[in-house]
Design a protein around this ligand. Structure first.
Ligand code: CMC
Length: 439
């Protein structure tokens, strides 16, 4: 039997707009939801119950999994946190100010910010038993693996009360996570080079503490450069949230089973790790180094990308179909940082040449592929002395407030439900069991 599906806009008196979907002799009325920026969605929650149909949308490219008031992004290259354009926050706000904004839906007053900062700074040290856990890893362990397992371990040190979902306890856990992430990141680096772990200091700021724990050593003085602190603040702010990306959706999904906050964040870290997502910043540097080490002319490399031998890492985005606004800011900041530090990086020259070649090539123009957040960020991290293997950890440090803001929003959402997609089963029909001796 042929299935006819019709879509028509219909106005009903009690609703500003609905869409009528006719499937054979059944009719489904889908209420239309309109976001504050005019995005339209069909509410299909009753679709299967009423018609027996589900929707098919691999990669969820057309699926709204929730309503969210945290971040708005648009294919034209717009990014706003709680309505504030990223260009207004970058270079003006601090990372912790942005973290407060994402978590609390408003910019903090001076007192609120001081209290928030103190709540984080005094929680930066790790429990000594957790610190000792670093000794079980091999020296060359990937820092994302250490970050994920250490964050999972936090649940053992700060178990949720049996009553669960206590808002003030949850808030303490947000502060704990923001506080302990840089310490875990720095200790995984110290472990890899066999240096002693450095305790955080409450008289240093958040980014200063990270640099201090990463690079200082008991036997010598370490100067925290203000230009590096400024660059770090900027990078963290630019990574702080990006609505329903793979890691954030993962955090929401895991939280939807009512797993604890540490478990949800651990899952988000693991989702971020892959090269299609946060792992791209590490992959960009591998790609640029590969071009340099093998003396591959940029033009030839671009041809190989077009022949689908590999992807141009740090290019393309599911939502942005123009220049990623974060990449624009990072590219300028990258030039500024290298100049201030009086450093040159041949990988930057290759990246600039690659960008130029790609932006003038029909393959990339047609597919609307532009540099994304990961294309230039690694060159900045290199200039700061951060090892390539730790780049995705840096992404995680920046993205953490976003994950937490989404977990908090999910918890407060009256529509929240366990995440449980459907599937279209395409396997064998009922088949009888053949005993082992007869196979
Ligand atoms: N290099 C070459 N071709 C590409 C690229 C790329 N980086 N990205 C997409 N394409 C092509 C792809 O081959 C496809 O071509 P065709 O129509 O001929 O099959 C077309 O563009 C559409 O690609 P898609 O895979 O359907 O797009 P998507 O929205 O599912 O994927 C993406 C988005 C970010 C995973 C993808 O662009 C990609 O793999 N980029 C490289 C990895 C990367 O930089 N990731 C970081 C993303 S931004 C930060 C973050 O989210 O963490």
């Amino acid at each position: 039997m042929e299935t006819k599906i019709l879509y028509t806009d219909v106005k009903l008196p009690e609703s500003p707009s609905v869409v009528k979907i006719s499937i054979n002799d059944k009719e489904f009325i889908a209420p239309v939801l309109v976001g504050t920026e005019g995005e339209k969605a069909l509410d299909i929650r009753e679709l299967r119950k009423q018609t027996g149909f589900i929707t098919y949308d691999p990669g969820f490219a057309n699926t709204g999994s929730c309503k969210s008031a945290i971040t708005f992004i648009d294919e034209e290259g717009i990014l706003r946190y709680r309505g504030i354009p990223i260009e207004d926050l970058a270079g003006k706000a601090t990372f912790l100010e942005v973290a407060f904004l994402l978590l609390n839906s408003k910019l903090p007053t001076e007192n609120e910010l001081r209290e928030f900062e103190l709540g984080i700074l005094r929680r930066m040290a790790l429990h000594e038993d957790l610190k000792n856990q670093f000794h079980v890893y091999p020296r060359d362990a990937h820092p994302m693996s250490i970050l994920a397992s250490m964050v999972a371990s936090l649940a053992a040190f700060y178990p949720e009360k049996p009553s669960g979902n206590d808002e003030s306890e949850d808030y303490k856990n947000y502060l704990r996570l923001i506080a302990k992430f840089p310490t875990i990141a720095a200790y995984s680096f110290k472990k890899s080079i066999g240096h002693p772990f450095i305790y955080p200091r409450q008289d240093y700021g958040y980014c200063e503490n990270f640099l201090y724990m990463m690079f200082s050593h008991p036997s010598c003085n370490y100067e925290i450069l203000p230009e590096v602190v400024e660059a770090l603040e900027l990078l963290f702010i630019l990574h702080a949230d990006h609505e329903q990306n793979c890691s954030t959706s993962t955090a929401r999904l895991v939280r939807s089973s009512q797993a604890n906050i540490f478990a949800a964040v651990t899952a988000a870290i693991c989702a971020l790790w892959g090269p299609r997502h946060g792992g791209a910043n590490e992959a960009v540097i591998s790609m640029l180094s590969f071009i340099r080490d093998n003396k591959i002319p940029v033009k030839n490399f671009v041809e190989r990308v077009k022949n689908k031998e590999f992807r141009l890492m740090g290019f393309g985005h599911r939502v942005y179909k123009s220049y990623d606004p974060r990449a624009k800011i990072i590219k300028d900041a990258c030039h500024r940082l290298l100049k201030k530090l009086n450093k040159e990086d041949e990988l930057l020259s290759i990246a600039l040449e690659l960008e130029e070649a790609a932006l003038h090539d029909e393959y990339f123009i047609e597919r609307k592929l532009y540099p994304n957040v990961d294309f230039y960020s690694g060159i900045m991290y290199r200039a700061m002395g951060i090892p390539t293997k730790a780049f995705t950890v840096m992404f995680a440090l920046g993205r953490l407030p976003g994950w937490l803001a989404h977990i908090r929003e999910f918890d407060k959402d009256p529509d929240n439900k366990i995440g449980r997609p459907r599937q279209i089963y395409v396997g064998s029909n009922v088949t009888s069991y053949t005993p082992l001796s007869e196979r």
